[in-house]
Design a protein around this ligand. Structure first.
Ligand code: 9YW
Length: 423
């Protein structure tokens, strides 16, 4: 007898659980990833609220003294060479206390407070018993302080990312221009990803050479946040939108803890205004990243430019909704969000973040559309995501036009957001 979608999604999360946290997928991603864990918690909370809490607790257990939450926490029981770049590359022990888990030194989009609040709401009694929010809240605050304090390279109240991996959308065409200035590394390395995924669906070798160079430079400067050492520094609308949405969640958490939510609401308003005032392009109907070095907007059709829909009170939500249903994304028609403008010559239907639809992005748009009262369109996205998963399984990404599945199978955040959509 074939299992229902819910049972199959649950099975993926149970199989990918490693005792303290969940790996994104076996083979390709055998450790804990930061924003994956947030999406995973959103799904796990329906299956095991305790595990969902542990997922976030284990990630924040690897938080650095400066408040940054590393983008990978290495699983000590997994062979060191299973993933590149591994612990020997990042050398995090040089900047963290003895006994600290080995991690990378980069970050990923800050969707964690939102996930923590939703995880709490799934089982408030258990969470209160375990002291989940009292323990996590100061760490979430320190994380946001790191972002707004150490990463405001543009001086405009927005967070800068210093590596394409930090965007979560590694090889997005949005990064082509700033990345083209980076000299690829001359060090030799072996790409482990190509042992698990087709080269035609992954970033190119030239991309990887540049990714490694940027990470080496950051590491060799002791992970200091000094703009002069970063060849790549951009204000990304997705990162800043998730920060704003997470500030709204921190306000809810503060109320639950009997604290004053006002500072978080003020932060939400501040980031929202900075986003709308400086990254929104009214003519184009979407947000563009900005290159901090050149001061220029990175004009391009990345779906990241629609993610500010998740920000409560966003003044330009109507224009964004129009863009989602227009010819570039056709969301009302296909129900799955292409990661890149369908009408652009750079669109590639099966290459990673250059065109395929991703389930976490679909989930964020679904949430954002509901937040702004677009219930019909949100229902179309929900139906699109559920039927794609039902047809092709819990793939890492799908071709938005043919709906064929690509990338890793049994991918955790795909299963997790499906569980949440079914709840
Ligand atoms: C890599 C784990 C991560 C995601 C990123 C995605 C990819 C790692 O996988 O990056 O090896 O390229 O781009 O968003 O968190 O799922």
């Amino acid at each position: 007898m074939s299992l229902g979608l819910r049972e199959r999604a649950s099975r993926v999360l149970l199989d990918n659980w490693h005792g303290q946290s969940t790996i994104p997928a076996s083979g390709l991603y055998p450790h804990q990833w930061s924003w994956d864990s947030a999406f995973i918690a959103l799904g796990l909370r329906h299956l095991s609220p305790r595990r969902a809490q542990r997922e976030l607790e284990s990630l924040f257990g690897a938080q650095w003294p400066d408040g940054r939450v590393p983008h990978i926490v290495f699983d000590a029981s997994t062979p060191a060479d299973a993933y590149f770049p591994g612990p020997a590359f990042w050398q995090s022990a040089a900047v963290t206390a003895p006994g600290h888990p080995a991690t990378s030194g980069l970050i990923q989009p800050p969707v964690h407070a939102l996930a923590a609040w939703e995880t709490f709401r799934a089982a408030p009694e258990l969470a209160r018993e375990r002291g989940f929010l009292p323990r996590l809240y100061p760490r979430l605050v320190a994380w946001h302080r790191y972002l707004t304090g150490r990463r405001d390279f543009g001086g405009r109240g927005l967070v800068s990312i210093v590596h394409p991996w930090e965007s979560g959308m590694d090889n997005s065409p949005a990064w082509d221009t700033p990345l083209s200035r980076v000299a690829p590394t001359t060090s030799l390395f072996t790409r482990r990803d190509l042992q698990h995924a087709a080269a035609g669906e992954r970033p190119t070798d030239l991309d990887y050479g540049r990714y490694v160079r940027l990470a080496q430079t950051y590491r060799d400067h002791g992970y200091a946040d000094d703009l002069a050492t970063h060849a790549f520094a951009v204000e990304d609308p997705l990162t800043n939108a998730l920060l704003a949405a997470s500030e709204a969640a921190l306000a809810d958490i503060a109320v639950e803890l009997g604290l004053d939510p006002a500072p978080h609401l003020a932060e939400l308003a501040r980031v929202r205004d900075a986003l709308a005032d400086t990254l929104f392009d009214g003519g184009d109907g979407c947000f563009h990243a900005r290159d901090v070095h050149s001061g220029q907007p990175l004009r391009c059709g990345s779906v990241a430019g629609l993610i500010p829909l998740v920000v409560p009170g966003l003044p330009v939500a109507d224009a964004l909704v129009k863009t989602t249903v227009g010819p570039r994304f056709r969301l009302g028609e296909i129900g799955l969000p292409p990661s890149f403008d369908l009408t652009d010559a750079m669109f590639e239907a099966t290459r990673y973040w250059r065109g395929p639809a991703w389930f976490n992005i679909g989930w964020l748009l679904w949430r954002g559309l509901r937040l702004h009262g677009e219930h019909e369109l949100a229902a179309t996205v929900r139906a699109g995501l559920l039927s794609a998963a039902d047809d092709v399984g819990f793939r890492e990404y799908v071709d938005p036009l043919t709906r064929n599945g690509h990338g890793a199978s049994d991918f955790s955040w795909t299963a997790a957001v499906i569980l949440d959509l079914l709840a």
